[in-house]
Design a protein around this ligand. Structure first.
Ligand SMILES: Nc1ncnc2c1ncn2[C@@H]1O[C@H](COP(=O)(O)OP(=O)(O)OP(=O)(O)O)[C@@H](O)[C@H]1O
Length: 347
């Protein structure tokens, strides 16, 4: 029995850990932080293929997100030198608008006057309809707009997250895709799980020629609109009428569309965990994400614990799993180290 762990996922994500447990049902990828600083951005990038020199390329279609913002914020951000690291723009009624950046850059107020109700309404009108999860998108893009509502249902806050198509950074995990085992990405919100899954969907469909179906609950993987974004390549995308239906659509995908791989973001409920089990029992590879920073979080989470029974048991019985740590060196090459995990390893 071997367990492979990869830490410091400096592909797109600095200091993150990837756990791969070959004999287990799930491989676990733990992502701890995300840094665009590891990318060498190619400004003239227009296709979704990795560049020949192996560098990662990022496409963010930022102008489409900036267009929904009040005009002065739009102009500020267009001239902002850090805009390639922009993560989110926060618009809260009666407060100063704020931009948050990836990595160490932190947040910054965008002007000295508060956000008005009219500005919020204009932003709402510029995006698609909000779903049951209070999320909306901009057609043809990967951006995600999440709403905060008052008790009366009025939108009083918006979190506008930049969606990016990142290509060329999954060489660190590409070999794992060939084992046909299910994979669970585990990480805090915002560390880049969805972004990685998007590229994995494309690589599995276009390079490994698998029949891939994405169950896209908030249209976050394939973007807003009925035609999915080119970032998912030939993978097919099933939309979900409302978040509580996610588990049903997962099963429908299996029963109607004969996938070899199912990709689903944010597995959290018991019904979804059961759907995962059912998918695995039918011999279909499942790639999913869940919130949590360490394997310990899974152990404490009754629902998710069920998905990783054997790996969790091993840790609970005090056995030290053999882990594999993967990181990038200065030359951007993947370096692999193996050792037996200790408590302090952040597993
Ligand atoms: N490699 C990358 N380079 C630049 N930006 C990135 C990269 N990976 C992710 N991002 C950006 O980081 C933000 C968060 O990414 P993403 O939505 O994939 O995270 P997540 O872990 O799925 O978050 P959540 O759990 O909240 O859905 C997005 O704005 C995304 O564009």
């Amino acid at each position: 029995m071997s367990v492979i762990a990869v830490s410091s996922y400096a592909v797109s994500i600095k200091s993150s850990s990837i756990f791969h447990s070959k004999p287990f049902k799930w491989s676990l990828f733990l992502q701890q932080s995300n840094s665009a600083l590891h990318f060498r951005r190619n400004p003239s990038f227009s296709s979704l293929k990795a560049s020949d020199n192996g560098f990662v390329v990022v496409e963010d279609d930022l102008h489409a997100l900036l267009e929904i913002l009040p005009q002065d914020l739009h102009e500020n951000l267009c001239n902002e030198p850090k805009r390639s690291q922009l993560l989110e723009v926060i618009l809260d009624l009666g407060r100063l608008p704020e931009a948050r950046y990836l990595g160490e850059c932190g947040g910054q107020y965008l002007r000295s006057t508060e956000v008005s109700m009219q500005e919020l309404e204009e932003a709402q009108n510029a995006v698609g309809e909000f779903g049951g999860d209070n999320r909306a998108g901009i057609e043809g893009t990967l951006h995600r707009i999440s709403a905060i509502r008052s008790r009366k249902g009025l939108i009083v806050g918006l979190t506008c997250r930049v969606g990016r198509a990142v290509s060329g950074h999954i060489d660190m995990v590409r070999d794992l895709l060939q084992y046909r085992e299910s994979i669970l990405f585990l990480g805090r919100p915002g560390v880049g799980k969805t972004t990685v899954m998007r590229e994995i969907a494309r690589a599995l469909a276009d390079e490994l020629h698998k029949r891939v179906v994405i169950v896209d609950t908030s249209n976050e993987i394939g973007g807003d609109g009925d035609v999915p974004h080119a970032a998912i390549g030939g993978a097919r995308r099933m939309q979900v009428p409302e978040p509580s239906m996610q588990h049903k659509v997962m099963i429908e995908a299996i029963e109607n569309h004969m996938p070899e791989v199912i990709i689903v973001d944010e597995i959290g409920t018991e019904a979804e965990a059961l759907a995962c089990r059912s998918i695995a029992e039918r011999g279909v590879m499942l790639i999913g994400t869940a919130h949590g920073e360490r394997l310990e979080n899974i152990i404490k989470n009754h629902t998710l614990c069920d998905l990783t029974e054997r790996s969790v048991d091993m840790l609970l019985h005090g056995k030290r799993p053999l882990v594999e740590v993967r990181k990038r060196d200065d030359q951007f090459k993947v370096v692999i180290e193996r050792w037996k995990a200790y408590d302090g390893d952040g597993i």
